[in-house]
Write a protein that binds this ligand. Sequence first.
Ligand SMILES: Cc1cc2nc3c(=O)[nH]c(=O)nc-3n(C[C@H](O)[C@H](O)[C@H](O)COP(=O)(O)OP(=O)(O)OC[C@H]3O[C@@H](n4cnc5c(N)ncnc54)[C@H](O)[C@@H]3O)c2cc1C
Length: 724
Amino acid sequence: MILKESSKLSIPVTFRAAGTSLCGQSISDSVLVIAGSHWKNYKIDKDGLKIHLQPGLIGAKVNALLSPFGRKIGPDPASINAAMIGGIAANNASGMCCGTAENSYKTMDSIRIILADGSLLDTSDPESKEHFRQTHPQLIQEISEMAASVKANPILSARIARKFKMKNTTGYSLNALVDFSDPFDVIEHLMIGSEGTLGFIAEISIKTVVEHPFRASSLMIFPDIEKACNAVSFLKSAPVAAVELMDRAGLRSVEDEARMPEYLKTLSPTASAILVETRAMQKEELDRQIAVILETVKRIPSEIPIQFTSVPSEYALLWKIRKGLFPSVGAMRKTGTTVIIEDVAFPVPRLAEATLDLHRLFEKWGYHEAVIFGHALEGNLHFVFTQDFGSQSEIDRYAKFMAEVAELVVAKYDGSLKAEHGTGRNMAPFVELEWGAEAFALMKQIKQIFDPNYLLNPGVILNNDSEAHLKNLKPIPAASEKIDQCTECGFCEPNCVSAELTLTPRQRIVVFREMSSLAKSSHEPHIAAAHAEAYQYKGNETCATDGLCATACPAKIDTGKLIKNLRTEEIDSGQNRAVWIADRMAGTTAIVRKALSFVGFCHSILGTPIMKGISGSLRKLSENRIPLWNEFMPLGAKRINKIQSLKSAKKVVYFPSCINRAMGVSKENHGEKQLSEKMLELLNKGGFEVIYPEKLKGLCCGMAFSSKGYTGAGIKKSNELEVA
Ligand SMILES: Cc1cc2nc3c(=O)[nH]c(=O)nc-3n(C[C@H](O)[C@H](O)[C@H](O)COP(=O)(O)OP(=O)(O)OC[C@H]3O[C@@H](n4cnc5c(N)ncnc54)[C@H](O)[C@@H]3O)c2cc1C
């Protein structure tokens, strides 16, 4: 419907899944279709060997669904906890293990797409294909002819095949024209990596891959990058699942983080690391593989002795080093600057030379904080640096640096300018440089066939403006030290409880930044006022301030703290009243308990409809101060019986929050035990003796106050609890 209308009215449309893309491909100043929350259906087939997925499912959630079958999806971007299937397929995303063998292109079984004219094609359904053949004969013919002409051009088809042996997401998936002849096979594979510029992916069926139960990892430190890269070349034929390269600057950027190995601080100035992982179905097989790998790298002298660990907590720590590289640069950057991650690929035998060349470019252009890491087994390197877009001279520096990077990757190494993150707007000006005129013409022809009016995600992948990557640069103004380090990656969004009601933490931050800029400029005060008014409910009142966003944020930003600050600023009186209540916590919880029990009693006498009527009237009379009652309201909690606990040498302190001390089960769940009793049972079952803090009745963690902006009372209660 949307596509039919946009086609009729010539209005550009962009699709978005989780919006975690790094190259500006899921943004728009026209219609943005966010296919997330209503696109989460799935069906598992053949005992997990195949899965049918709608585009709004988060990758990690799909893997959780497949886990009981010992399977997972092939694509494994580092963003898998947030990225959704639509974006994973449309970017042909990949990661540490999937390489070019298990990406969406290789593991796709069939696809259901909606084209720019609003027509639907389901390649799993013979009837749909037949119908499409009849309604779109020209499209079918043009695609068939293209595939045939590419195959008839041995130099071009060999170049395409060679370039896709490496990871490559620059431009369209031209390998579809080489790998397939059936037009439907070509169409479905062209959709992969098309970044929403050829059609909408409404469903995709994927052949799953095995999830090995046994894993071991080793952080191998070599004296220099050359030796580390040589080790990578040798490991290419060893039984490894992942080999991640990290340069000295990268290791230095995380050495001060909690629980990092001490030796990181004392490595030689040129030391470089590779993090190697091996996986197997059986323990014995894993041990054999470890022996083969150790034998393989024995020829290269390492800076510290090489050893593997299969202890989950230990290898998780090693991977924490690798995963911390991007956020650590982001977190260290100067306020107001942007963190940029590039994503290139080189032939593996030339990886060392290419890495040194990149280091030289960083030096030349003054990117001294830049770090290099990446999926070395695939020749795929990421480099992360910070960039100020606040002045023309800085933009010029960035432009010259990027031009030299492109020249280096293409002219010297015939590599990929975008290995896995997609072309987006950022790399669109360089697609022809990488591919050459002949292949680039094919890409334009593909776009012309599927979207002749250039309405789908215009400017992405193909862009006539050779300076598109230097325009519309997004400022990141300083707004509050609580959130200035946010890179707007979107990892926080799946954790937010109000995401589908109002704003996500990322959106709260983005709007807050905009409001801060507006407040600083004297232009258009009415816009600033309108923002502030809308933010009151959408940004402020609906934030749960529970800090769950921080648990997923690479920079550990707790957006709730920003909102608590705003709430504190709003409170001009009442701080003392909050402290007064906080000092009488035992009485307060007792009153709540009794009030809830009384309301529950009234409910049992009057019934639900009358209670609802009375509650509605009271709320109106109180001008919304009295909360609206509903039948799920809990009854007052039973007092906590401290004597019940089992006696044991294993002891645990259990602090039931004031909410759980006040609220019991609802009438609906009559017969169930209240949470504090269940917790006690669970801990006892685990053999623990439960110790309650002294003077429990008067204690509170402080959240009830601080979350409303009553900071003084919040800190007081939190300190009291800690002492207890
Ligand atoms: C910290 C960080 C680490 C990352 N690590 C990796 C990594 O290791 N590997 C990697 O490959 N990428 C990585 N990325 C980039 C990005 O997360 C992935 O490419 C991811 O797959 C994008 O998914 P998404 O759901 O966010 O898609 P979005 O950003 O929402 O969209 C991506 C593209 O797909 C299109 N699209 C979305 N849904 C549809 C649909 N239903 N139909 C048609 N087109 C659609 C959009 O228009 C857009 O062009 C990383 C990003 C961050 C922030």
